[in-house]
Write a protein that binds this ligand. Structure first.
Ligand code: ADP
Length: 334
């Protein structure tokens, strides 16, 4: 049980969440990724072999965990789920790998945070389906090799650049997930609404999709909040009026920026003349952790063109000034 304690499923988003897609055809959007995966899965099934190891990268909430579960379901095998921070000692990893069934999808979240000793053990497990296990101590210590059933390692990360190259090179399938487009998010919202018995007009779903920062998790969270507003302040139906007033109350703007996104931009502009400023300084100035700044807030603002990462630090773009109603002075900002 302690192995699973590092998982951050909470509240409304449980592992057994009814809106979490279980099969590839329920996983909406990301068409290129799906069509390739479908082939790799079919081929592995035909050969009666485990699927090759899969590396999943991209911002949080895009469906990495969901996709790992789908792979297991489509392959008809077990799934085992953990995260790097929960793997503290070699025995934590060994305990999991020695109890898996053949071809299990073994999912490790936050793979960039593995300890070196665990990582080395994992290399051998991924390559040879064996574990190096040291018994005894001092001069009498010796290493034995314990076989593990052939399995599929699925490693997920929000920071692919921090994964060591020996680990990275052991994955045969590389999946880079990007933000979803407006249309895909609208489909996801419509699907979730129907599963949760929420009535939302298509105009309202369209509007909400535009404020979901390209992220299914955000879309589903906003949908639940809009349902609350519709139930208490409306007729139980999510209309464009409900979405307009609901987003305002949640301080989410029409570009999908949240209060803290705007605060990051405002701090960058007013305190640091638009940058460049180091990520750490910026994180401290707005009272956020580096991780949430780098993983959650920045990627969407960069994709939308509000922010740039340069070698000397973060820089606000003219679009950021405009969005906040601040004047951009090109001389001052060179
Ligand atoms: P990650 O592991 O990348 O942080 P998750 O797999 O936990 O993201 O996905 C977050 C939530 O978003 C899931 O509970 C799921 O309901 C929903 N979701 C993610 N991707 C999709 C998709 N392609 N279609 C429908 N729902 C999705």
């Amino acid at each position: 049980d302690s192995i699973l304690s590092g998982l951050s499923y909470h509240g409304e988003e449980q592992a057994e969440n009814p809106i979490r897609p279980r099969l590839l055809n329920e996983f909406l959007g990301q068409e290129d990724i799906k069509s390739n995966l479908r082939i790799f899965i079919e081929a592995a099934k035909k050969r009666e072999e485990p699927l090759d190891h899969v590396f999943l990268s991209g911002p949080p909430g895009l469906g990495k965990t969901t996709l790992a579960g789908i792979m297991a379901n489509e392959l008809g095998v077990d799934a085992k789920v953990t995260s790097a921070p929960a793997l503290d000692k070699p025995k934590d990893l060994a305990g999991l790998l020695t109890t898996i069934t053949e071809r299990t999808v073994f999912f490790i979240d936050e793979i960039h945070r593995l300890k070196p000793v665990i990582e080395e053990m994992l290399y051998i497990a991924m390559e040879d389906f064996e574990l190096d296990w040291i018994i005894g101590q001092g001069p009498s210590a010796r290493t034995i090799r314990i076989p593990v059933p052939p399995f599929t390692m699925v490693g997920a990360t929000t920071k692919p650049g921090r994964v060591s190259s020996p680990l990275y090179s052991r994955f045969g399938i590389n999946v880079r997930m990007n933000f979803y487009n407006h249309q895909e998010l609208q489909k996801i919202l419509t699907r979730s609404a129907s599963i949760l018995n929420i009535t939302i007009t298509s105009d309202a779903a369209h509007l909400l999709a535009g404020s979901s920062r390209g992220t299914p998790r955000v879309a589903n969270r906003l949908l639940r909040r809009m349902r609350d507003f519709a139930q208490i302040e409306g007729e139980g139906i999510i209309t464009t009026d409900i979405v307009h007033s609901g987003l305002k109350r949640l301080q989410v703007d029409e570009k999908g920026l949240e209060k803290l996104d705007r605060e990051i931009l405002r701090t960058l502009i007013t305190k640091y003349q638009g940058g460049p400023v180091g990520a750490e300084t910026l994180a401290i100035s707005v009272g956020e952790s580096m991780d949430s700044l780098e993983d959650f807030y920045e990627p969407y603002m960069i994709q939308q063109g509000f922010l740039k990462r340069t070698p000397r630090g973060r820089v606000a773009t003219p679009m950021a000034y405009k969005h906040l109603g601040l004047e951009w002075n090109s001389n001052e900002n060179q």
